[in-house]
Design a protein around this ligand. Structure first.
Ligand code: ZN
Length: 204
């Protein structure tokens, strides 16, 4: 077992609509497109001492649109693309289930589909997470509700479904930002990481 002797600050990131442009049931690498500025924002989190962990619902697996192997392939591709920006995602956790639309073994009422917090708990088995210094960033209600329930601060991004949620008067996030770039700026500023914040201009 992994020996957890110190606590780590983590930024949990939703994937689709937060890191990359939301496309329904994305799984092909050729359809993948970063939200502008997202790779640099992730690299900034890396250099600021955060673990970056993706927590993503992949109901497309449950629905039979693509396979878990496709999810793993796309996740690896994201890290491959991030390397060009000297950025990386430390870990990816995904939920392949759906309680109603799922096919076969994937049709279950699981504990890992956001807004449930099973994926965060899975991450906890590997990382010693300091929740007081950790954040969840996403574009969906489930991201914010899960982050809140798990006990970290949350930022809604207006990319993906975020701006629609804002119009619907959803207000359960701690902070709201235009995109991942701004979200990272805001959280570093909140954490008093002023040196990093001053360097912000170069990541636009
Ligand atoms: Zn699940």
């Amino acid at each position: 077992m992994n020996y957890k002797s110190y606590s780590e600050k983590v930024v949990f990131l939703d994937r689709d609509g937060t890191i990359n442009i939301e496309k329904n049931y994305l799984y092909k690498t050729e359809d993948f497109q970063f939200v502008p500025g997202a790779p640099q924002a992730i690299a900034r989190l890396n250099t600021s001492g955060y673990k970056v962990i993706v927590i993503t619902n992949q109901a497309g697996v449950a629905r039979g649109y693509y396979t878990e192997a496709d999810v793993l392939r796309l996740n690896a591709y994201i890290n491959h693309k991030l390397a060009a920006y000297k950025g990386h995602i430390d870990d990816f956790y995904y939920c392949p289930h759906h309680p109603i639309a799922g096919v076969g073994k994937y049709k279950i009422e699981c504990n890992c589909r956001k807004p449930k917090i099973g994926l965060f708990l899975e991450a906890e088995e590997k990382y010693s997470i300091d929740k007081n210094k950790s954040w969840m960033i996403g574009d969906n209600k489930g991201d914010i509700l899960a982050g809140k329930k798990y006990g970290v601060r949350t930022i809604l991004v207006r990319t993906g479904y975020g701006s629609q949620l804002e119009k619907e008067k959803f207000r359960q996030f701690d902070l709201i930002s235009n995109d991942l770039t701004e979200a990272v700026f805001m959280l570093l500023e909140r954490e008093g990481d002023s040196g990093q914040a001053e360097d912000y201009s170069d990541i636009r």
